[in-house]
Design a protein around this ligand. Structure first.
Ligand SMILES: [Zn+2]
Length: 469
């Protein structure tokens, strides 16, 4: 409490100094550049303007101080839940939260509309692929699932938003997929593989008479009358190969584009990518979207996949399919969107954090994990617009505690309070929680740096509140 107050007054002094310095510099420059009375006149006007700006900033800071002091007293004197219900009741201080939320310059975007445009386009693509592939032994493509910040509704960008979609792959006729999952241990299961196995179709063939059994028909006959098996197209050894799959998909997109209705007025530009399929489409009105399609194989009937997405490892072999939580995360955000109040600011919090942590060692995934934990524990009525500063502050404190304890639990692994709507593989609840801050345990220097950066994050947050950007 005391620390916070000290910090705030320190911050206030510093900002004041900064403004004063700015005024002086401006005065100097004005004098240097023109000897006319004009300069003096302009300076006087600016000085007045700056004076009012300083006064406004000070007033805001003063109110923020009082407010945070009052809040800390409340937190001290009652349990968390009680304090959140109190927050709901006391309206007088809440205008400030709303004021700040509205004061910030948010990116101008129409994510809901643009996501729908992208989703419709990709649905069209998939329909064409399914048609083109119906007699082949390439993987069966299922409707794509929108994932990542754009589809979750908090992309921090205004332009060049990347729309990520995951296309689930199912084994074609006569084939089976077996997932070989890597150790979860200290990192997510990065080194997972998709083993492809041929399955006898002799019985099915007699019924339908449409395909030869890859296992029991003579090679000659297979070669003459039937396309190659998946093992001979997209696999390396008996493992599905990410890069071969990406190249295959790249071709599919190019071939399918010409038959899509959009191709008459839109433009398609492919981008190179070894583990996904990336391209840009430009609508008739010159609005463009960057789309990245990843591929995944579902674990059982769960929302957890192994996917083609890249890992943080320096080198990812082309047969590795790291475990991906992207679909479960997107589902969590969709689930939350249905539960939270209409003016919920949870996505704004994420957007604000994505902005202020640029240049620090904190990843947006770290902050997203923190916000997911908080969304799951703080009563949803406490996420209204007027609670914006409170929830930003909670996020900051939660992160601080995690740093002190050198422990941030992965949201899905070993977490018993994941909403039921999200289907996890049976071993997830039994699993040991995965510590995303494990590297801080082993590296004291990294830990010290992270603590320093947390202070910096606080400053950035204050600046965001004061300046709005
Ligand atoms: Zn057979």
């Amino acid at each position: 409490m005391q620390q916070r107050e000290e910090y705030l007054s320190w911050e206030m002094t510093r900002l004041l100094q900064e403004l004063e310095q700015g005024t002086q510099e401006l005065a100097q420059r004005t004098q240097e550049q023109s000897g006319f009375a004009w300069g003096a006149l302009l300076f006087a006007a600016l000085r007045q303007w700056q004076f009012w700006a300083v006064a406004g900033v000070l007033l805001l800071l003063f109110r923020l101080c009082c407010w945070l002091r009052k809040r800390s007293q409340e937190v001290d004197s009652s349990s968390d839940e009680e304090s959140s219900s109190k927050e709901d009741d006391s309206d007088s201080d809440n205008d400030l939260g709303r004021l700040f939320a509205e004061h910030i310059q948010w990116p101008v975007q129409n994510l809901a509309r643009d996501c729908q445009v992208v989703k419709d386009l990709i649905d069209n693509f998939i329909l064409v692929f399914q048609e083109n592939l119906s007699n082949s032994f390439f993987p069966v493509l299922e409707p794509a699932i929108g994932v990542g910040s754009a589809f979750e509704g908090w992309s921090p960008h205004e332009e060049d938003i990347i729309y990520r979609l995951l296309v689930p792959l199912k084994p074609p006729r006569g084939h089976a997929f077996h997932l070989e999952l890597g150790n979860r241990g200290e990192t997510p299961a990065w080194y997972s593989y998709v083993r492809v196995e041929l399955v006898c179709t002799c019985m099915r063939e007699q019924l339908a008479g449409e395909m030869l059994c890859f296992l029991h028909h003579p090679v000659e006959e297979l070669r003459r009358d039937q396309g190659p098996s998946l093992l001979r197209t997209l696999c390396t050894g008996s493992y599905l190969d990410v890069q071969k799959t990406a190249r295959w998909f790249y071709q599919l997109v190019q071939e399918a584009w010409v038959v899509l209705p959009q191709s008459s007025t839109w433009r398609l530009t492919m981008s190179p990518s070894s583990r996904s399929c990336k391209f840009r489409v430009t609508e008739g009105n010159n609005k463009s979207h960057i789309i990245e399609m990843m591929f995944g194989v579902q674990q059982g009937n769960s929302d957890i996949f192994v996917s083609s997405q890249d890992t943080e490892a320096l080198f990812t072999p082309s047969t590795t399919w790291p475990e991906s939580y992207a679909v479960a995360e997107a589902k969590f955000f969709r689930h939350m969107a249905r539960q939270v109040p209409h003016d919920s600011i949870h996505l704004r919090c994420l957007q604000a954090y994505a902005r202020i942590l640029v240049g620090t060692g904190f990843s947006t995934y770290t902050l997203k994990t923190v916000v997911m934990h908080l969304l799951n524990t703080i009563p949803l009525s406490g996420w209204r617009r007027r609670h914006f500063v409170l929830r930003m502050d909670d996020t900051m404190r939660y992160l601080r505690r995690c740093l002190e304890e050198r422990r941030l639990d992965h949201f899905f692994l070993g977490n018993e309070s994941v909403p039921e709507e999200i289907i996890l593989p049976p071993d997830f609840q039994m699993a040991e929680p995965l510590n995303l801050f494990q590297h801080l345990v082993q590296d004291p220097a990294a830990h010290a740096e992270a603590m320093r950066e947390h202070m910096y994050l606080r400053q950035r947050f204050m600046r965001l509140l004061l300046y709005g950007h």
